[in-house]
Each structure stands twice: as C-alpha cells, then as structure tokens.
Design a protein around this ligand. Structure first.
Ligand code: XMP
Length: 506
C-alpha cells in the first residue's frame, strides 16, 4: 500500500484515487499523524502531496524528522509533488524561494535524464503546474531530471526519493498516469491487488468471522452508503442483521414505502420505526437549523440504543465511507455544518462498530452496489441530508412547512426526470421559506408561501454551480408547484454558486 501525506492540497483525494485506479491500495494521513502509525502501515512508498503553504512559513506543515530517518534507513521510496518537492529540497538543505513568475496551468517540461520515473516518456512532456515558490538551489548529490522555462529544478531525485514540481494526478498532465505507474511499480515494487472484484467476497467473509452467530444492527437510511453496507452485511449474517429504518416524518415523498419495498426482499430483519410524532414533538418551535440537526442526531441515537437493547445486538454496522473518515481525521477541516448523518452514531453506544466501506470512495461504493443487485433508484439517487426535510424549511418543522417542501420537491424531481436532466444534476430540491409574499388568485389578493428551488451541478459537493436550466422547464415547474400546492403563490430560484452559498440553504 501507498501512504499519502496530505499537506493541504485540493488534489490529495485525487492522488489517492489515481493510485487505486492503478490497482494499489492507498491511504491518506496528515502531517500530524504519528510516524509510529505510518511505520505500522508498512507502506511500499510514500507520496507527499502539494499544499498552499511556503515551506518557510511559520507553522508550515512538514515531515517529522523521525519519519525521515526511518525513510532513509529503510530506503522507502518517496514521491514529493509540488509543495512535497519543496519539503524534500528543504530537508536536504536546498534553498526555496518565490518564483518571479507564478507558473499556473499547462507547461512543457524538458526531460533531461531518462530516469526510471520517466520510463516510456518522450523528450518533452506536457504537465500541469500550480506554484508560486520554486527550488533555487539543490545539493550536488541530487540529480536534476527535468526543467521548464521558468523552473530549473522541475524534477529531481536523490537515492529513492523523487520529486515533481507538477501534478501528475490531474488529467492535464498528459502522461501523469505513466509517471505514477512508474513510481508504484518500477520504484516501489507495489503489488496490484486493490481489486474491487474481490471486495464483496472478502468483506462478507470478514463480517461473518467477526459477528459469528451474534446480532448486528445497521441504521438504514435508504441512501447509497447505508444501503450498500446493509446488503453486504445481509450476505454475511442474514437474519441476524437488523436493518433499522427510522421514519422521521421528514423523508421525501414515498421514500418509506420505497425503502421497505426494496429491502424486504433481502435476507435480513427489516425493522421500520415510525417515529414521526417523536421527532415533530422535539422539533416544535425550533427554527435554528443547527439546533434541528442536533436534536435529530440525539433522537436517532436514542432510538438506536433502544433497538439495540431490545434486540440484544452486539455489533453496529455503519456505512461510513472513506471521505467521511478522512474529513473527521483532519484538524484543519472547518465545520461549516455539523453533518448529522445517521451513520455518525457515537462509539460509546456500547456496541462494537464495523465499517465495511471505510476504505471506499462514493463511486466505488456505487459500483459495489450495482454488483450486489441494488436497483438504480437507490444507487443513482441524489444525496439527501440525514436530518431530512427539517433542514429544508427555514421555519419550524410543522405539517404545512414539511408538506409544501415534500410536494414541491416531488414535482421538481418529476419534471426534471421527464426532461431527461435529473441524473446530470448533483442535487435538485425545494425549500419552504418562512416569508410570505402577495399573490393574486382568482381575482383575490392572497398572502401566500414561497418555495425556493436549489438545483446544482457538482462533482464532489465541495463546490457547486447553479444549473442553468431551460426557462420553459423552470416555468413548467413553477406553474405546477403554484397550481398543485394551494398555499404557494411564488417560486424562486437560488442562482448563487457554492461558494459563497452552500448547497443546502439551511
Ligand atoms: P452543503 O450544504 O454543506 O452540503 O454545501 C454539502 C453536501 O452535504 C449534504 N448535507 C448534509 N448531509 N447531513 C447530511 O447527511 C446534513 O446535515 C447535511 N447538510 C448538508 C448536502 O445535501 C450536500 O450534498
């Protein structure tokens, strides 16, 4: 396996993905991860990511000296990218400084030395750069491998340590995958054994071995991750798996019936808990969305504790995926919204936790789901927040606010599907606003409700753009919403991107 140290680059996940695409397991760690932990991972090689800092900045993240000693003593291959390259130069007393010209975008580099990392490449390579600093002096012991017009030391190596000023992980570096391939297989001698095909078999075997004849519960929300984890666990332990589906009264239209219809077919004990009254009671009068998230999270935990006790379960299976693990391990990640996923149950719930998907990315989870025969209506659905429609009404959770949100979202989804654009969008939903506006209905003035539509395109939810949909389609949606939901007189459209607006407006 390959360890990737994340120095804050926006591409760290992409590096990790690329390594996996080449068939090698990868794991992301942080500069503050102890060197003992990294040693125990027994990596075939280590990649230093890029990052936004300059190496001489106060508090600039660096590689721990004990880790360096271990790397050098054991000749562990290292690949430093961008900021990672600067860190390598700094460790060996090179000099780094501001470049008179920032190099950003596509650049051509001249390969000066056909080292093993450039095996199979030409004399010149098109690469993607993004740096303001560069190495000004290198120790004599280092070998320069490539240069660009603006950057003499664009690539160098020393013993088993390699450095690239550019980003081989982004598609604009034409032969980036070849460079990574050379690093993994020629230099690290890594084994190609990260194979999705074996994943199901391996995981089912592991769950079976851990749970044995005991009982496990899983919080099944009907979302992609918990659904895939449920089906995997059901393959392993059958009826000893209790899939707990909580109907909070805050679900999308027909969602409860849909999840029940699909999961009753699998070999497991499906337990539907009707908790609408409980949730609505606790949320009465609460307008602050962070407070709503907190209350819903607490209520979920209570329900799971009750079920686990009653069912005498000893294990809790969770659909946590890799980005969730990484984000919660990062000290720098800012909490913009507390994500109360049902998956985020606390460890002190008194159950042993199993997270079968904790090494996978979303699209890998989707692939596994398909392989397990989970229908597209689950696999391809848009993300839906754990606290449900509660965070899609700006006012309090009550029958009217939730009904308007649910019905409007349903109409929106139906029209987008009819127009054939639904699956190209990241998310599309309606929000019930608290304000009222004047409308005229049947010659009468009416003070009515506003529904705002949030329809966005995105690849990872970190950034998003509002969808520039056809006006006629938007008009059809608006007309249907105001016709079919009597309280609504106005439909608005959020035309802000993320940032500054988040995807969920509440
Ligand atoms: P934001 O609103 O932060 O959302 O741009 C990014 C992604 O996260 C989802 N989201 C949530 N998911 N519980 C969840 O399980 C939450 O409280 C929550 N808030 C936002 C959002 O739908 C989007 O996909």
């Amino acid at each position: 396996m390959i360890v990737i140290i994340d120095f804050g680059s926006q591409y760290t996940h992409l590096i990790s993905r690329r390594v996996r695409e080449l068939g090698v397991k990868s794991e992301i760690v942080f500069p503050f991860t102890s060197s003992e932990r990294i040693k125990r991972m027994n990596p075939d090689g280590i990649i230093f990511s890029g990052g936004p800092n300059s190496v001489y900045d106060r508090d600039a993240p660096d590689v721990d000296e004990t880790l360096w000693k271990w790397i050098l003593k054991n000749n562990i291959p290292v690949l430093g990218l961008c900021y990672g390259l600067h860190l390598i130069a700094k460790r060996f007393h090179g000099r780094i400084g501001k470049s008179e010209r920032r190099e950003y975008g596509i650049t051509t580099v001249k390969i000066k030395k056909h080292n093993i990392i450039f095996r199979g490449l030409g004399e010149k390579e098109v690469v993607w750069m993004s740096h303001g600093d560069k190495v000004l002096d290198l120790p004599d012991t280092f070998e320069v491998l490539a240069s660009s017009e603006n950057c003499k030391y664009a690539s160098f190596c020393y013993k088993n340590i390699y450095a690239l000023q550019w980003h081989p992980e982004v598609v604009h570096t034409k032969n980036g995958m070849k460079m990574l391939n050379n690093f993994l297989f020629e230099i690290c001698k890594a084994r190609k054994d990260w194979n999705m095909e074996d994943f199901v078999e391996r995981t089912v075997r592991d769950i079976k071995a851990r749970v044995g004849n005991k009982k496990a519960i899983i919080a099944l929300s009907g979302g992609v991750d918990s659904s895939v984890a449920t089906v995997l666990a059901s393959k392993a332990i059958g009826k000893n798996l209790i899939a707990v589906f909580v109907d909070t009264g805050l679900l999308r239209k027909n969602e409860g019936e849909r999840v029940e219809r699909i999961f009753r077919k699998f070999n497991l004990k499906f337990l539907k808990i009707d908790a609408k009254e409980r949730f609505f009671r606790r949320l009465k009068g609460v307008k602050d969305t962070e407070m709503k998230r907190k209350i819903i999270g607490e209520e979920f935990i209570r329900i799971f504790e009750e079920v686990a006790r009653k069912e005498k379960a000893e294990f809790l299976i969770q659909g946590t995926i890799y980005p969730d693990v990484i984000e919660s391990g990062s000290r720098t990640a800012d909490t913009i919204k507390s994500h109360h996923n049902v998956g985020g149950l606390p460890e002190d719930i008194g159950l042993e936790i199993i997270e079968p998907l904790s090494y996978l990315y979303k699209d890998e989870v989707r692939r596994i789901g398909k392989k397990l025969g989970i229908p597209d209506e689950i696999i391809k659905q848009h993300p839906f927040p754990g606290p449900g429609l509660a965070v899609r009404v700006t006012g309090e959770v009550n029958e009217e606010n939730i009904r308007i949100c649910r019905e409007a979202s349903y109409i929106l989804e139906e029209e987008l599907k009819k127009a054939g654009v639904f699956y190209d969008l990241w998310q599309a939903f309606a929000v019930t606003l608290e304000d009222r506006v004047v409308g005229v209905v049947g010659d009468q003035r009416k003070y009515g409700r506003i529904v705002a539509l949030r329809i966005v395109e995105s690849v990872d939810a970190m950034t998003a753009n509002f969808a520039k949909l056809d006006w006629d389609l938007l008009e059809r949606i608006s007309t249907r919403i105001t016709n079919e939901i009597p309280e609504v007189v106005s439909v608005a459209y959020f035309i802000s991107n993320k940032p500054p607006q988040t995807i969920e407006p509440c």
